[in-house]
Design a protein around this ligand. Sequence first.
Ligand SMILES: *Cc1c(COP(=O)(O)O)cnc(C)c1O
Length: 441
Amino acid sequence: MSAPRHPPPQPPQQPPRQPPAGWHPHLWHPTTQVRTAPVPLLVRRATGALLELDDGRRLIDAISSWWVTLHGHSEPSIAAAIARQARELEQVIFANFSHAPAERLAERLSALSGLERLFFSDNGSTAVEVALKIAWQWWRNRGEARGQLIAFSGAYHGDTVGAMAVGARSLFSEPFEPLLFGVARVDWPASCWHDPEPDSREQAALAQLEAALQTPTAAVILEPLIQGASGMAMVRPAFVQAVAERVRAAGSLLIADEVMTGFGRTGALFACRRAGIQPDLMALSKGLTGGFLPMGVTLASERLHQGFISDDPTATFFHGHSFTANPLGCAAALASLDLLEADPGRYTGFEARHRPLLEALARHRLVRRPRCLGTVAAFDVAVDNPGYLSAVGRRIQGHCLEAGVYLRPLGNVVYLLPPLCLSDAQLERCYAAIGSALDQV
Ligand SMILES: *Cc1c(COP(=O)(O)O)cnc(C)c1O
């Protein structure tokens, strides 16, 4: 055999794409394009609302480190609870075994949510996946074919494949489009202060929901009151109530994704409570452990749990994660609940602290659609090309960093979602930093 006379054409040699100077050679950061993102800042420690950088600078963490830090960084009572638990029982397989921290947490969260059964996982995406799988299999176990899921435009439910599928199609999900199962979509009638026309948009969305519910539907999933990642898009409680009524009337299941809204973020312990609804399933994570440890839980009604009790092994919910019910996470979550129950005013009163400051900021010529719910305040920056890739957010982030305030705008949406320990002076500094950043962009 002779060698081919003409070797196959070789692709032109690409020089390796070096990350710019300053990037660690062995780390891969989440949702980060090294070509355009600023080099990550090295953090040495964090206490309360403050991050302390390696170079000695101190920054107010105005977004609770991606919405997880609930009370404050290094909260002593949570740190102590984790340390105590680590010396007793750090981890045990949760099939065949149970333990007191898991049982206590299940009892307390069941009482607070009105949902009797708690299933553990590791993060918000898995808490959503579990909710979807429970809903889906519950119908199957009943021998009833319900092949449709309904979700809202703009929804974000996590980055795993099932959670992505119920989330809105976006820049994040685009490469995976062929892998994502289809869902029926209903508009999300986001509102803001002085909104002239929320009623008609809400009515249109409810009509879409009613039409979609004509098809047998396993479950409807929503982020109650605030869609977080799509840009702190807030709806009125009456809309969420009307959705819950339609879902109930159709005999379908309602999944509340409270991964971001849970634990006081909307001014009530759960957004469902503030909206006055009772879902069938609820996904929680982020603030669950006070932001100390990765843990997710899915709460389900006893009615759903009953649907999995059977002599037929295929009726079992065959789902489990290695770190299910990690005792350290449970201990942190219990300590976090203690703090929330000791001083509910810290979350019920936060909205009143935002209001006057946001009202003043809303007079800035670049501020559009100001809105506020509980600990979350947000507005859009008037730009020609809104959206996640809008450069204005990065510029505002840069100016605020210079003023000692860490923000992470969602494109042209600027928001504050601070830990509960934030002082009045610190909150005022956040608004002042945003105001002067807006003057400079
Ligand atoms: C963050 C978030 C998730 C995903 O949680 P992860 O812990 O990041 O996987 C799901 N749903 C909502 C509403 C979220 O805000």
